[in-house]
Design a protein around this ligand. Structure first.
Ligand code: NAP
Length: 248
C-alpha cells in the first residue's frame, strides 16, 4: 500500500500529532494523501508539525482531549474547514507513574481522563457524521502495557486496557454503518515519553523484546496508515501489537 495515495480525498484527525508516535502517524497519513488535522494542547508545536507534512490543506488545532466540549468544537471546526472526517486517530496520551500505595487520586484521574476519556470524547464527537456518511475508520493507540500490566503503571495500564474494551464496543456498535474501530498496541518506542528511561532499564527492556530493539514512530505509523485505509476495509475490533514480539 505504501507508495500509493490510498487516502487521497480523506480528512484525518490525529490527536497528539505534534511529536513522537503521533507526528509519525501524521506524516504517514499525509503521505497517503490525507488532509491531516494535528491536535495537541500546544498549538505552536502542532503548527510546526503541520509545516513539515507532505501536501496541502493540513491544519493545527489546540485542544485538551480530556475536555469533551473542546473535542466537539475541534471536530466541528475540522469538518467545516477541511471537510467531512473519515479517519480519527486517538493517539494523545500521558504517563504519571507511581507505585500503587503512593498513587495519588490526581495521578489516577489525569491518566484515565486523557488516555481513556479523551478517546471517548473524540469518538463520540466524530462518529455522528461518520455514521450518517456510512464511512469511517477509528484507530486508538493503546499499549502493550494494556495487555500485560506493569508495576508502577496501574493508572496507565487500566487506561490502555480500557481502550481495548472501548475499541471492541465501538466496533460492534458501528460495524453495520461501515465505521471501523481498531487499536494499535505499541511496545517500547523511542519518543519523549521513553526518553527518560535509564540506560540500564533500556538494556533490560531490549532483552525482553524478541526483535532486540526498541521501536520507532514509523513502525507504528505504517500499521495505522494501513488500518485507516481501504486495504483494511474488513478489519474491525482488532488489537494489533506493534512491539517486536514483546507481548506475544
Ligand atoms: P509523546 O512523545 O509524549 O507525545 C504525546 C503527544 O500527545 C503530544 O503531541 C502531546 O502534545 C499530546 N497530548 C498529551 N496530552 C494531551 C491532551 N490532554 N490533549 C491533547 N493532546 C495531548 O508520546 P508518544 O510516546 O509519542 O506516545 C503517543 C501515544 O502512544 C500515547 O497514547 C502513548 O501512551 C502511546 N504509547 C507510547 C509508547 C512509547 O513507548 N513511546 C508505547 C506504547 C504506547 P501536547 O503536550 O502539546 O498536548
Amino acid at each position: 500500500m505504501t507508495g500509493s495515495r490510498e487516502l487521497a480525498g480523506s480528512v484525518a484527525i490525529v490527536t497528539g500529532g505534534s511529536r513522537g508516535i503521533g507526528l509519525g502517524i501524521s506524516h504517514a497519513l499525509a503521505s497517503a494523501g490525507a488532509v491531516v488535522a494535528v491536535v495537541a494542547r500546544n498549538e505552536a508545536a502542532a503548527g510546526d508539525a503541520v509545516m513539515e507534512l507532505e501536501g496541502d490543506g493540513h491544519a493545527a488545532y489546540s485542544c485538551d482531549v480530556a475536555d469533551g466540549r473542546a473535542c466537539r468544537k475541534v471536530v466541528a471546526s475540522v469538518e467545516s474547514a477541511q471537510g467531512p472526517l473519515s479517519v480519527l486517530v486517538n493517539n494523545a496520551g500521558v504517563t504519571s507513574d507511581n507505585i500503587l500505595l503512593r498513587m495519588r487520586d490526581e495521578e489516577w484521574s489525569r491518566v484515565i481522563d486523557i488516555n481513556l476519556r479523551g478517546a471517548f470524547n473524540m469518538i463520540r464527537a466524530a462518529t455522528r457524521g461518520m455514521m450518517k456518511r456510512r464511512s469511517g475508520s477509528i484507530v486508538n493507540i493503546s499499549s502493550v502495557i494494556g495487555l500485560m500490566g506493569n508495576p508502577g503503571q496501574a493508572n496507565y495500564a487500566a487506561s490502555k486496557a480500557g481502550l481495548h474494551g472501548l475499541t471492541k464496543s465501538v466496533a460492534r456498535e458501528l460495524a453495520s454503518r461501515n465505521v471501523r474501530c481498531n487499536a494499535v498496541a505499541p511496545g517500547f518506542i523511542r519518543t519523549d515519553m521513553t526518553a527518560g528511561l535509564p540506560e540500564g532499564k533500556v538494556a533490560e527492556l531490549k532483552s525482553s523484546i524478541p526483535a532486540g530493539r526498541l521501536g520507532k514512530p514509523e513502525d507504528v505509523a505504517g500499521v495505522v496508515r494501513f488500518l485507516a485505509g481501504p486495504g483494511a476495509g474488513y478489519i474491525t475490533g482488532q488489537i494489533i501489537a506493534v512491539d517486536g514480539g514483546m507481548a506475544m
